[in-house]
Design a protein around this ligand. Structure first.
Ligand code: FE2
Ligand code: FE2
Length: 158
């Protein structure tokens, strides 16, 4: 991996994280009066932290962080429009999980590649690992919440 390739991969994360900031912000409004809304608001600010830590790394490589636009739609396709502002929490949680898992998969790929690259500074790898761990924790909350909702759905509570 050369420097250009690393910058372009970091820009992909920069865009993905920005997309997630917006996504969770809109979800925090859609679920304003619920605990989930508070969680989405907090997730949005954690993703903002990722935008910033990736942005700093791009700058250290001598480039300006550049968004490549909407990177979510290509892999969640037509569902993307549907969930923006959706009030269907189980659906939102499922799609959020898909997005977080995509982020985790790509972070893992970059971490592996960096271990064999000239640009794989320990510091950069650490940042990517920490972002990965955050996405992992987000995924776990989504799964827990989804299973809680499904438990209620399939039980005979009056
Ligand atoms: Fe993130
Ligand atoms: Fe996340």
């Amino acid at each position: 991996m050369d420097k250009e390739q690393l910058i372009s991969r970091l820009n992909w994360f920069y865009s993905l994280e920005l997309n997630q900031v917006d996504l969770y912000k809109s979800q925090s409004k859609a679920f304003e009066n619920e605990y989930a809304g508070l969680v989405f608001e907090q997730l949005s600010s954690i993703e903002q932290g990722h935008v910033e830590n990736i942005g700093i790394k791009i700058k250290e490589l001598g480039e300006k962080p550049t968004t490549i636009g909407d990177v979510l739609s290509p892999f969640i396709g037509h569902i993307a429009g549907k969930i923006l502002g959706s009030r269907d929490l189980p659906e939102v949680l499922k799609i959020n999980t898909m997005i977080e898992q995509k982020a985790m998969k790509d972070y893992k790929g970059l971490i592996e590649d960096l271990k064999n690259s000239d640009y794989g500074s320990g510091e950069l790898i650490k940042i990517l690992q920490n972002n990965f761990i955050d996405e992992n924790l987000h995924t776990e909350w989504f799964k827990t919440k989804l299973s809680e909702l499904q438990t209620v759905e399939f039980s005979l509570i009056p």
